[in-house]
Write a protein that binds this ligand. Structure first.
Ligand code: PMP
Length: 435
């Protein structure tokens, strides 16, 4: 019996001892095709020789330098790499150690921005129901997943939640995608009016919703309307790309496909590809300069921010993705995966929808298709699907059934970008057996 305090206290998990490309290997030598990249983390697969070498080289030279005293070469190089490729307007990078920390930093930066400008009344946050933005207290309050929040209420941060863009369930019969997006935008604006626009600090959303809904993109035009509304009322737009960013949907930033530039954006998971814990908040010039010209000090920090080895690993991962042209591979493989999923599951009695972008795909599970009734509010079947898939040698990510008893039953697929096409068949075959 191990002394590890595991989140699922009663469950037994195999001991992972190795990784090879898109496979993980346990202590018994069993191989698992990593079709969910852990939690959309492993973009480059496991044990990549170039990344290992970059980490080895950095650790040998300088593993860590505290940011109260120094920056470091990999930290500066990674910030430059990201800003050269980020939507224009984003001009600096605040490094952290993961997704929740990136969201916390974004929330505090938004708050400090308005304090520096002498607008302390701007403190309301609006996010979306059925969303997940992390597990630290601020990020948990931001997320609209009632099951996760319930036992910790009242939350330290008060957040209003509006409807997410979730066409499969919420677009009315006969309603065009544009009209649906417009209806959601009107709901957001009504909430802003209800709170008083001068009191609202920021709106937070994932461009493509991952953990809670299962790779659900917004309808065309939705984010453009959101941007307009935020601008009209002087509200910041925070896009959380912790899961959908860093190439997962086929472009480095998912927001590129929406044609909007956020004021703050958060990234993590695929940034370091699992080789080191790392996350970042990308900051627009107006926020950076308001803080620089105001107090000159962002009132936030952690011991390991900008960790030199983590930055070197992330830089090696991102350079590899670019040099090996893996984003076009993501788009191609993504189409191939979608086609195979549709061919295999379009008539499956418990698959209601198959969607996503790039190598970020979701299958919505239903008890029966016509009524779109929830598949498994108890989550017992999700655990069963996951266990059966593991028995077959497949890692997939079934989630949901707990959000509002009505939606969010899905299997999320987010495999590494380095897959061979025959491994797409392996995913679909093993998923079929599990389902
Ligand atoms: N935001 C989003 C959109 C996420 O999907 C996650 C993780 N699933 C987080 C934030 C939190 O990231 P982390 O688990 O690295 O703290």
């Amino acid at each position: 019996m191990s002394h590890v305090f595991h989140r699922h206290l009663e469950q037994h998990y195999p001991t992972a001892v190795g990784g090879e490309g898109p496979y993980l290997i346990d202590a018994e030598g069993r191989r698992y095709l990593d079709a969910c990249g852990g939690a959309a983390v492993s973009c480059l697969g496991h044990s990549d020789a170039e990344v290992i070498e970059a980490i080895r080289e950095q650790v040998g030279r300088l593993a860590y330098a505290h940011t109260s005293f120094f920056t470091s070469e990999p930290m500066e190089a990674l910030a430059d790499f990201l800003i050269e490729r980020a939507p224009s307007g984003l001009s600096s990078v605040y490094f952290v150690s993961g997704g929740s920390e990136a969201v916390e930093a974004a929330l505090k930066m938004a708050r400090q921005y308005f304090l520096e400008r002498g607008e302390p009344q701007r403190k309301h946050l609006i996010a979306r129901r059925q969303s997940y933005h992390g597990n630290t207290l601020g990020a948990l309050a931001t997320g609209g997943n009632t099951w996760r929040r319930r036992q910790f209420e009242p939350m330290l941060v008060e957040v209003s939640h509006v409807s997410p863009c979730y066409a499969y369930r919420d677009q009315a019969p006969g309603e065009t995608p544009e009209a649906y997006g417009e209806r959601l935008a009107a709901e957001l604006e009504a909430e802003i009016e209800r709170l008083g626009p001068e009191t609202v600090m920021a709106f937070v959303a994932e461009p493509v919703v991952g953990a809670t809904l299962g790779a659900v993109p917004a309808v065309p035009g939705y984010f453009k309307r959101v941007r307009e509304i935020c601008d009209r009322h002087g509200i910041l737009l925070i896009l959380d790309e912790v899961m959908c960013g860093m190439g997962r949907t086929g472009s480095l930033f998912a927001a590129e496909q929406e044609g909007v530039v956020p004021d703050l954006t958060t990234i993590a998971k695929g940034l370091g590809g699992g080789y080191q814990p790392i996350g970042a908040t990308l900051v627009s010039e107006r926020i950076r300069s308001a803080i620089a010209e105001g107090s000159g000090f962002f009132q936030h920090g952690h011991t390991y921010i900008g960790h030199a080895t983590a930055c070197a690993a992330a830089l090696a991962v991102q350079r590899a993705i670019e040099q090996r042209d893996l984003l076009s591979r993501v788009r191609q493989l993504g189409e191939g995966l979608q086609q195979r999923l549709v061919d295999r599951f379009a008539d499956h009695p418990h698959v209601g929808d198959i969607r996503g972008r790039g190598l970020f795909r979701g299958l919505e599970l239903v008890a029966e298709r016509d009524g779109k009734t929830p598949f498994d509010p108890s989550r017992k079947l999700h655990a069963e699907i996951k266990r059966t898939a593991m028995d077959e040698g497949l890692m997939c990510y079934p989630m949901g059934g707990t959000i509002d008893g009505r939606s969010g039953d899905h299997i999320l697929l987010a495999p590494p970008f380095i897959l061979e096409p025959y491994q797409l068949d392996e995913i679909v075959d093993k998923l079929d057996i599990s389902l």
